[in-house]
Design a protein around this ligand. Structure first.
Ligand SMILES: Nc1ncnc2c1ncn2[C@@H]1O[C@H](COP(=O)(O)OP(=O)(O)O)[C@@H](O)[C@H]1O
Ligand SMILES: [Mg+2]
Length: 298
């Protein structure tokens, strides 16, 4: 069965998208079959991996992205998946094994215009369609916006695990706190739609520090985060094995450059070939490896 994992924090700009895209790429490089679902209207992960031209076509068509499974509702998730999404300049497959559920700007309509059937909330439609295709994957990853509105709920409801990207600052801690509060409200609201086959409702399993500048002391931030996490564990609001990842991702120019090039860092950086070196590519590889190990404890 696929591990279904959401990356979310109530704070924007902490690195949710860059962490999930680069971790997904490392998992695919390891030979895992990965489906990345972009659940953020801003479409950052989709634009990154499809590159602007391909994404523009889907955006202009108004169909073929996530919102079309809800409205007009003819498409199924399996129809919109972009297999082996990463291409090189010649259009050849550059990273087999990484598929994408793309999103375009019309996903914003899910939050307001979409009415649907109250007996079949959007997250249930999404979960059921995902269940039809997830056997093909080892990992299904959800890139969420910094909220638990409808689009995000699709990921939260379908996921069994949550990881929280964080920066070493007070705002990330506040974002984490808000997330856990809202998460349990949503779980209570959606409980009647859960079935045993879905597995447990998603709990926070880990916190991953991102964008660490050289020379910054992050120990105090880490300690505060650890204290909060311990409180949640005691209150059974975080998984018993939840932890701050040993792996953390440094701040590096190449991460921003990778976005412009439309490739994950592991395909951009000349440093990628040396798996023993101390560099940002290997930071992502370590995050991916720790994510795999965290699954052994589930
Ligand atoms: N490790 C990093 N080093 C340098 N820049 C980063 C790093 N991680 C993220 N960024 C940059 O920070 C910005 C926000 O990151 P993003 O992944 O989009 O965050 P979020 O999805 O949480 O809003 C982006 O411009 C991204 O390129
Ligand atoms: Mg994002």
């Amino acid at each position: 069965m696929a591990r279904r994992i959401a990356f979310i924090n109530y704070k924007g700009g902490v690195g949710k998208t860059s962490l999930i895209v680069n971790t997904a790429a490392c998992l695919a490089k390891l030979g895992r079959r990965v489906l990345l679902c972009d659940l953020d209207t801003q479409s950052n992960a989709s634009i990154w991996l499809l590159k602007l031209d391909r994404w523009n076509k889907i955006n202009a068509a108004g169909e073929g992205a996530l919102y079309s499974i809800f409205d007009p509702g003819r498409a199924k998730l399996q129809d919109i998946v972009v297999p082996d999404v990463v291409q090189d300049k010649a259009g050849a497959k550059a990273l087999p094994g990484l598929d994408l559920v793309p999103t375009t700007f019309n996903l914003v309509d899910l939050e307001s215009e979409y009415e649907g059937d109250p007996k079949r909330p959007a997250y249930l439609i999404f979960q059921q369609q995902l269940a039809a295709i997830e056997a093909k994957y080892d990992f299904v990853l959800f890139d969420c916006p910094p909220n638990i509105l409808r689009a995000s709920q699709c990921g939260i409801f379908s996921a069994n695990e949550i990881y929280v990207p964080a920066n070493p600052d007070a705002l990330s801690l506040i974002g984490f706190t808000l997330l856990v509060e809202k998460l349990y409200k949503f779980h209570a609201l959606s409980a009647s739609f859960r079935t045993g086959a879905m597995g447990p409702a998603a709990q926070v399993q880990g916190i991953i520090f991102n964008s660490i500048k050289t020379g910054t002391d992050i120990e105090v931030s880490k300690m505060r985060m650890q204290l909060r996490l311990n409180q949640y564990k005691t209150a059974k609001r975080a998984a018993p094995i939840a932890k701050i990842f040993d792996a953390q991702v440094r701040d590096a120019m190449v991460v921003r450059r990778a976005v412009t090039l439309g490739l994950p860092v592991v395909l951009v950086s000349h440093e990628a070939s040396d798996e023993a070196q101390d560099n940002v590519v290997n930071d992502y590889r370590k995050v991916a490896a720790e994510l795999v190990r965290q699954g052994d404890g589930l």
